[in-house]
Design a protein around this ligand. Sequence first.
Ligand code: VTB
Ligand code: MG
Ligand code: MG
Length: 329
Amino acid sequence: MTPDAGDLYLHPDRNLAMELVRATEAAAIRATPYIGKGDKNAADKAAVDAMRKFLGTVSFDGTVVIGEGEKDRAPMLFNGERVGTGVGPACDIAVDPIDGTSLTAAGRQNALSMIAVADRGSMLDASSVFYMDKLVGGPEAVGVIDIREPIGENIRALAAATKRDVGELRVAVLDRPRHAQLIDDIRAAGAGTRLLLDGDVAAGINAAMYGSRIDLCVGIGGSPEGVATACAIKALGGFMQGRLAPLTDDEKQRGLDAGLRFEHVYEADDLVRSDDTFFVATGVTDGGLVAGVRRRGPIIRTESIVLRSRSGTVRRVNAEHPAKKWLDE
Ligand code: VTB
Ligand code: MG
Ligand code: MG
């Protein structure tokens, strides 16, 4: 079916993805001088400023549903901020100019810059609750695993469904004291853990991608990251469920006031209701999903991934940018 012109105006079109990738490239490049310099806020600010500047030139009418303001006290790209030229499709946008600011500041792997976009009003605004318990996997996990089941059961079910030995399965989890039992349970089931210092967006996407080194990503991470991940998972046809994990009664009350539900299992389609989702990410430091920014003499290389649910295409964009333009300003 070919959309007519009016349709193209109302819904984000495929060119949007390529426009968005410029913004994550810019954020990643601008963060590079701060890799390993110990100042995560400075790294984040450089990325936020660059992303914001580039987003301003993109032809769409974006409303930031998931921003950085609340969480990282970043100066810009706060929830509710309007971005883009204002002309074009009305969209919800989730941004994380750097997912992994601590990784960046320490000079560790797996930091990336990301943007997710979907039709206006379709992303769950979970900003009042910081944490979400997540279970993410690939298309082969759909109808096979469930966050309500013990992790060992899910591991066994996935192994059986994919005709693999349990011992071959690799499960990514944030390395936090809150996950001590979960980590024990994964290993007791016979699977291997891949412990993450930070960055469960990249790990979740890796879990859903065909031929990656991770089979599942589980545990409690950021709820904004969860909604952004869902945009990518829908594009990949993967599996995702989330359950909000409030820390205090106050936080729970704020969530209830905002219309959020607890004990409720949010499916990928509840986290982002639109079937028209975009996800783009550029590596800041090297990682399992995308390579980090590299400078070779006069050239800066970036690697990005571009996902779009309408087509299901996974596109990798390798760009060479003249270093002069970026670093000698
Ligand atoms: C989570 C995770 C992110 O930070 O938000 C985590 O989703 C924070 O968790 O990918 P802790 O409070 O336990 O440190 C990231 O790892 C990086 O922003
Ligand atoms: Mg961030
Ligand atoms: Mg983050």
